[in-house]
Structures are given as structure tokens and as C-alpha cells.
Design a protein around this ligand. Structure first.
Ligand SMILES: O=C(O)CCC(=O)C(=O)O
Length: 349
């Protein structure tokens, strides 16, 4: 495996646990991890400089300062209720994944959904939003788009939702976005972000260096696999502000660089959060902006279904956490319950 592990150094591979070169305390003491972090950050800044001109200045300023931007009334308030109603009424093939006591349900925004909900197609085609997505992703790439529902406190003997612990998604920038269809209260699992934590200050670099020196088998699994968890003491040592919980009205779009520390805020009651959710992550070491064939129209909106299908086929080798959950609506109202999706993996038929 050594040649493959070595090639992965030039990719977004991030798991200290699965790649012994990336996770080697010896190589990392010699600067491997911090070197990758710095190179990825320099290339990201260079790509963003070339994408900046097309982004609305107030959005860019907020994003550059905080690492996220929250845009209220992103859809005109006159048009939002119809868009929301159409999305919530739409039935399509859904997938679900459990993490602790939370279930994430996703419906692909695919040709079927785009054909049925014209205002959704128009929203995702907006040039101002595309320019913002490109800037945050630091590539001219089309994100994967889904209708996502977070079902919190789904009961049972499951542990806590791991997304509720502050973490970075990786060692490099990538985009996640949430357009909330309903208001999200402070006690209803709001997206939470540590403002300014997307910057590689000397303190953050020192934290990256220290975490790369640990034995990956001796730390928590998610950190070892490349999504490092961060403690309150770490945040203080990095001179970062306290996390900000984004309790927002419906029709708010939050676009974030998930290199910054973020989490899903605690949800005090069982409930659902429904959103248009977008995601983009590319190889951070590419110097160019475009060249993503999967972003071509006709292909981009089919990717999610292809990704699910490929993983279904490779399940025995790489696992498939996204279980089919029947044809249904995003929210509980139209549920067609699929028991196997909720059953712990080892008990499934
Ligand atoms: O759903 C959220 O509010 C945040 C989820 C999260 O932490 C993540 O996707 O990495």
C-alpha cells in the first residue's frame, strides 16, 4: 500500500488512522502535516483571489471575516412560501443515516425534483449564489445539492450525535451550505460556528502541529480520521471567540467554510430541521479553478444518485451508511417508514 499512501499526500486524504504516512508522528514532527496544511491554505487563498470579483462585496466581507455568511430572505419573501411548500410536498427516494441519536435524511435534488419544482431550479441557477458557492469552495464547481432533514433525539439506546461536538471537517477549506426551510431556534440544534476559526493563525498552526504528533490509535476515532474535535481550552489557546449559534428565521441561507470549527448545536427536544443542503470539496492541491467534468449540466444533478448507487455496489468493501428509506417527503408528515434504515447495522436483515 505504500505507493498508494504516498500518492494520497497530494490529495484531500486526511485520515491519520487509515494512512500511516499521514498519521506518522515521525513524519509529522518533520513537518508533513503542517506542510500540507500550509500549501493547501496558500492555494486556496490564490484560487479565492481569482474568484472574489464576482461575489457580492457584503457577503464576501462577512465570509472573509467570520468563515461563514448568513443571508436572511435569500429567496424573495413573496416567493419563499411557495418554494417551501413545494419542497415539503415533494416525494422522492430518500436515504437515511444514523449518527448517535440523530438521523440525517436526504433526498437528492435530481432531474426529477428540479423538473417538478421550477423555483428550486431557478434558485440553484442564481448567479449571485453560484459566485458565493464558488468563492467559499474556492473552486468553480457545482456543489452536490440535497433536501436534508435532521431528526434529533430519535430515541433508543444510541449515544450522542457526534456532530454536536465542535470540529473542523478537514485540514483544508470546503463548502457546506444550509438554506433553512423553517425557523431554527437556539434550542433546536442550530448550526454553530466559531467566528474567525477558518484562518490559519500561528496558534491554529501550532494546534495542527500538536494534533499531528499524537498516536492516531490513542485519540478519538473521528479526530484520527481527519475531522478533529476541539475543546474549549483549545479554542482559548487559539485566542478564538466563543462559538456562535445561528438561531435563524426560515429562508436564511448559511454558507460556511468547514475548515473553521463548527457543530450542530444541542437540540433540547426531539424535532426536525429541514433544509436545502449543499456540499463541495475538491482536491485542495489543485491550482486551477474549473475543469470539474462532474459540474457539467446534465451530469451535476445526477451525481448524488450515482454516488449512492456506486456505494451500494461497493458496500461489502467500503460500507454504505446511507440506507434506502422508501419514497417519501423530506419531513415526518409524509413518512413511509422504512424500519431497516433505523435498525442498528448488525441487526439488519
Ligand atoms: O448540521 C449542522 O448544523 C452541522 C453539521 C456538521 O457539523 C457537519 O456537517 O460537519
Amino acid at each position: 500500500m505504500a505507493p498508494l499512501w504516498a500518492l494520497q499526500l497530494a490529495t484531500s486524504a486526511k485520515s491519520f488512522l487509515d494512512n500511516p504516512i499521514l498519521g506518522s508522528p515521525r513524519f509529522n514532527a518533520a513537518g508533513l502535516h503542517v506542510g500540507r496544511v500550509k500549501l493547501a491554505a496558500a492555494l486556496c487563498s490564490w484560487r479565492r483571489r481569482r474568484l472574489a470579483g464576482k461575489v457580492r462585496p457584503d457577503w464576501r466581507e462577512a465570509f472573509d471575516r467570520d468563515g461563514f455568511v448568513a443571508i436572511r430572505d435569500v429567496v424573495s419573501p413573496a416567493e419563499f412560501p411557495a418554494l417551501r411548500a413545494a419542497i415539503l410536498a415533494y416525494q422522492g427516494p430518500a436515504r437515511e443515516m444514523r449518527q448517535g441519536d440523530a438521523i440525517t435524511r436526504r433526498l437528492a435534488i435530481d432531474p426529477g425534483m428540479l423538473g417538478a419544482i421550477e423555483p428550486l431550479r431557478a434558485l440553484l441557477a442564481r448567479e449571485d449564489l453560484a459566485a458565493l458557492f464558488h468563492y467559499v469552495a474556492s473552486f468553480r464547481t457545482t456543489p452536490l445539492h440535497y433536501i436534508q432533514t435532521i431528526v434529533s433525539h430519535d430515541g433508543g439506546e444510541h449515544g450522542a450525535d457526534p456532530q454536536e461536538t465542535l470540529h473542523a471537517d478537514s485540514f483544508h477549506s470546503s463548502l457546506k451550505a444550509w438554506l433553512f426551510l423553517n425557523p431554527v431556534g437556539a434550542e433546536e440544534g442550530p448550526f454553530t460556528y466559531v467566528p474567525g476559526s477558518h484562518r490559519f493563525t500561528p496558534e491554529r498552526l501550532e494546534w495542527e502541529r500538536r494534533r499531528s504528533l499524537s498516536d492516531p490509535h490513542a485519540i478519538d476515532r473521528l479526530s484520527a480520521r481527519g475531522s478533529p474535535r476541539v475543546s474549549t481550552q483549545d479554542l482559548a489557546a487559539m485566542k478564538l471567540a466563543p462559538p456562535e449559534a445561528l438561531a435563524v428565521p426560515g429562508n436564511t441561507l448559511v454558507v460556511a467554510d468547514t475548515l473553521g470549527f463548527h457543530a450542530r448545536g444541542a437540540s433540547l427536544r426531539p424535532g426536525e430541521r429541514v433544509e436545502i443542503w449543499s456540499y463541495a470539496r475538491r482536491n485542495p492541491f489543485l491550482p486551477w479553478l474549473g475543469g470539474d467534468l462532474f459540474s457539467l449540466p446534465g451530469i451535476a444533478e445526477r451525481r448524488v444518485n450515482w454516488l449512492w448507487a456506486v456505494r451500494d455496489r461497493l458496500e461489502a468493501r467500503i460500507g454504505q451508511p446511507w440506507r434506502p428509506a422508501g419514497t417519501r417527503t423530506a419531513s415526518a408528515d409524509g413518512e413511509t417508514h422504512s424500519p431497516s434504515a433505523r435498525m442498528p447495522r448488525r441487526l439488519r436483515p
